[in-house]
Ligand binder design. Structure first.
Ligand code: DX5
Ligand code: ZN
Length: 215
């Protein structure tokens, strides 16, 4: 199980000191929750802040765009050579073209689905994808609870992604109590925000979560 740290839940004003200390054996990716105050209620940060983060760590970035018209924003993240750029299927009419553009940049192509969006909504996109980011909370805030329908949807999505060699990432409400279940279901990456930062020691907590996942 790989851990992607949602720094939205970190103490942002301490990142210049804290980020360089992140241990890549505990934290595999830095999850950048880019929010536009339109697709989701909150405005978080964008490419300027991402540039600062990039300068503070060698851990690869996992960019999660919660923005309308992602085609206007995606190219701004190419220069950071992220591991992955993920946009939401609910936010664009041009998903194939955008996926092709991301792949051409060298980043993995991720698509994300809100809890209410059916698994079938990405059937047309499967050949163009490297990763599916399944939201297990309504996006917009950290610290929410894993939705009741999440486990069943992960199972159905896992079938689809496995057939196509696509990675499965889960985002929202992941913590010590459910990470083993997610690992057993074949989830490859977990985004963890409050479940990682609540102790104030993300390196130790990341290790603990991986141990609990057992993989
Ligand atoms: C929610 C974000 C998540 C969130 C995760 O909109 O996409 O990445 O910060 O935080 P937790 O783990 O606290 O649910
Ligand atoms: Zn996220």
């Amino acid at each position: 199980m790989k851990i992607s740290a949602s720094i939205l839940a970190a103490k942002l004003s301490h990142l210049a000191v804290d980020l360089p200390k992140y241990d890549p054996t505990s934290i595999d990716f830095i999850h950048m929750d880019v929010m536009d105050g339109n697709f989701v209620p909150q405005i978080s940060f964008g490419e300027a802040f991402t540039k600062e983060v990039k300068s503070l760590t060698n851990i690869p970035l996992d960019v999660h765009l919660m923005v309308r018209r992602p085609e206007d924003h995606v190219p701004k993240y190419f220069e950071f050579k992220p591991y992955c750029i993920t946009f939401h299927i609910e936010t664009t009419h041009f998903s194939v073209r955008l996926a092709e553009e991301i792949r051409k940049s060298g980043a993995k192509v991720g698509i994300s689905l809100n809890p209410q969006t059916p698994v079938e909504s990405i059937s047309h996109l499967l050949p163009y994808l490297d990763l599916v980011l399944l939201m297990t909370v309504d996006p917009g805030f950290y610290g929410q609870s894993f939705v009741a329908s999440g486990i069943d949807k992960i199972k159905r999505m896992r079938e689809l992604t496995a057939k196509h060699g696509i990675l499965l990432e889960v985002d929202g409400g992941v913590n010590e109590s459910n990470i083993k279940t997610l690992s057993d279901l074949g989830v490859d990456l977990c985004v963890v925000g409050s479940g990682l930062y609540k102790t104030g020691d993300p390196n130790t907590q990341g290790k603990k979560l991986k141990q609990l996942a057992g993989a």
